[in-house]
Design a protein around this ligand. Structure first.
Ligand code: HEC
Length: 121
């Protein structure tokens, strides 16, 4: 197939074909890992930041830690993280991270913790 495409003179067509092929491959690759990543982007990134640094406006205001820091990652166990995500986090009597127990399933929470661990630099 490559010969047919590289012989084409029409650069737009080539671009379209490349984009479609890339999207197809990307979506196939994302099927499995996509859930946690999407959940992170939709539920967590506004405070913890897309990369976990916690340097968003909300994250700074609420004091979210830098999850890319190995020392910070070592400061909580998976079980503690699960409890935090499920039941929320309270600091000085104020809810700083809301509970996601009603929104995310146990499996989604587990996948999110695995995802959080990958943010460590
Ligand atoms: C409204 C802001 C906010 C949102 C949204 C939020 N968090 Fe948090 N999160 C915090 C704050 C604040 C803390 C407490 C300070 C810290 O430990 O970083 C925290 C703590 C944590 C911790 C550490 C828990 C511990 O025991 O030390 C983990 C893990 C975590 N969040 C994961 C998540 C995940 C996963 C999501 C999305 C489902 C999420 N957070 C959504 C603000 C938020």
């Amino acid at each position: 197939m490559s010969r047919e495409f590289t012989d084409r003179k029409d650069p737009l067509m080539k671009t379209i074909v490349t984009v479609v092929v890339c999207l197809y491959i990307a979506s196939a690759l994302c099927m499995k890992a996509g859930d946690a990543k999407t959940n992170w982007a939709n539920n967590c990134a506004q405070c913890h930041g897309p990369g976990g640094k916690g340097d968003t406006k909300m994250g700074k205001m609420l004091g979210a830690m830098d999850l890319t820091d190995p020392k910070k990652q070592a400061s909580f166990t998976d079980a503690k993280a699960a409890a935090a995500i499920k039941d929320g986090v309270k600091q000085n009597g104020k809810t700083t991270m809301k509970a996601f127990g009603g929104k995310l399933t146990d499996d989604e929470i587990k996948a999110l913790i695995a995802y959080v661990r990958t943010l460590k630099k």
